[in-house]
Design a protein around this ligand. Structure first.
Ligand code: ADP
Ligand code: MG
Length: 254
């Protein structure tokens, strides 16, 4: 009976005349891992970007832990929140992208300190303690003084995960976190994500790693053409897809 931490209702988004999200409904409950698969261009990244208001939705609503993202209702009008309020909401939502997006001129440890000290105004000493624990947790305690360019792609991505966690987010969004990595580096990143899931983090993960989805996800969602075609227990969806489109997609990626 746990509550939905992420709740999307009838979310619509177009770019010009291109309708990218066609009324998406999605719930991710506290502690749940939901993986999203689907062909390139079907709207997966846009869906994630709508959750932290990097994109404005055209219709529908996004709630994270019961809070409406990006807007406030005043009477019967929806008014976009001021940038400062949006930044506060985003601080609760960790995001990890395909490209690691670390600050290149900062060390690993400084990358982790940046948002909590600057956005939240937390004392540096207090954050440093937590940041070191997080680096330890992703297996990179020895690299705190290294610069991003001195790390492998897989290490950089684990730093990016630790950096997101340093803000103590309520949920974590991952957008194809391993698809820019050399194959031999994928495993360590997936292992880090698996640990995070085992720790009870609520996660929405866009990925092509079907094995990860099968073993770690509670729910697997198949998207095509801007809507959810099918969702359910990952083993069931993978072994016995109900829809022909799901079947066709899986036959290409498995
Ligand atoms: P996916 O992540 O599933 O590959 P995306 O959400 O990135 O798909 O993109 C869905 C569609 O929206 C694509 O056709 C893409 O070209 C288009 N799109 C994404 N972002 C923009 C944008 N900022 N402006 C115009 N079109 C966009
Ligand atoms: Mg994408």
């Amino acid at each position: 009976m746990s509550t939905a931490l992420i709740q999307l209702s009838n979310v619509r988004k177009s770019f010009g005349s291109l309708e990218v999200l066609r009324g998406v409904d999605l719930q991710v409950r506290a502690g749940e891992v939901c993986c999203v698969i689907g062909p390139s261009g079907c709207g997966k990244s846009t869906l994630l970007r709508c959750i932290n208001h990097l994109e404005r939705v055209d219709a529908g609503e996004v709630l994270v832990d019961g809070q409406r993202i990006g807007y406030r209702r005043i009477g019967n009008r929806l008014v976009e929140l001021p940038e400062r309020e949006i930044a506060k909401q985003r601080a609760e939502i960790g995001m990890v992208f395909q490209r690691f997006n670390l600050f290149p001129h900062l060390t690993v440890l400084e990358n982790l300190l940046e948002a909590p000290t600057r956005v939240r105004g937390e004392p540096r000493e207090q954050v440093r303690e937590r940041a070191r624990q997080l680096l330890d947790r992703v297996g990179l305690a020895a690299k705190e003084d290294a610069y991003p360019a001195q790390l492998s792609g897989g290490q950089q991505q684990r730093v990016a995960i630790a950096r997101a966690l340093a803000m103590r987010p309520k949920v974590m969004l991952f957008d194809e976190p391993t698809s820019a990595l050399d194959p031999e580096l994928v495993g360590d990143v997936l292992a880090t994500m698996r640990d995070l899931a085992a720790d009870g983090m609520t996660m929405l993960v866009v990925t092509h790693e079907i094995g990860f989805a099968r073993e770690v996800a509670n729910t697997l969602v198949f998207m095509a053409d801007g809507d959810i075609v099918e969702r359910g227990d990952p083993r069931r969806v993978i072994a016995e897809p109900e829809h022909e489109r799901t079947r066709a997609f899986l036959s290409k990626v498995l």
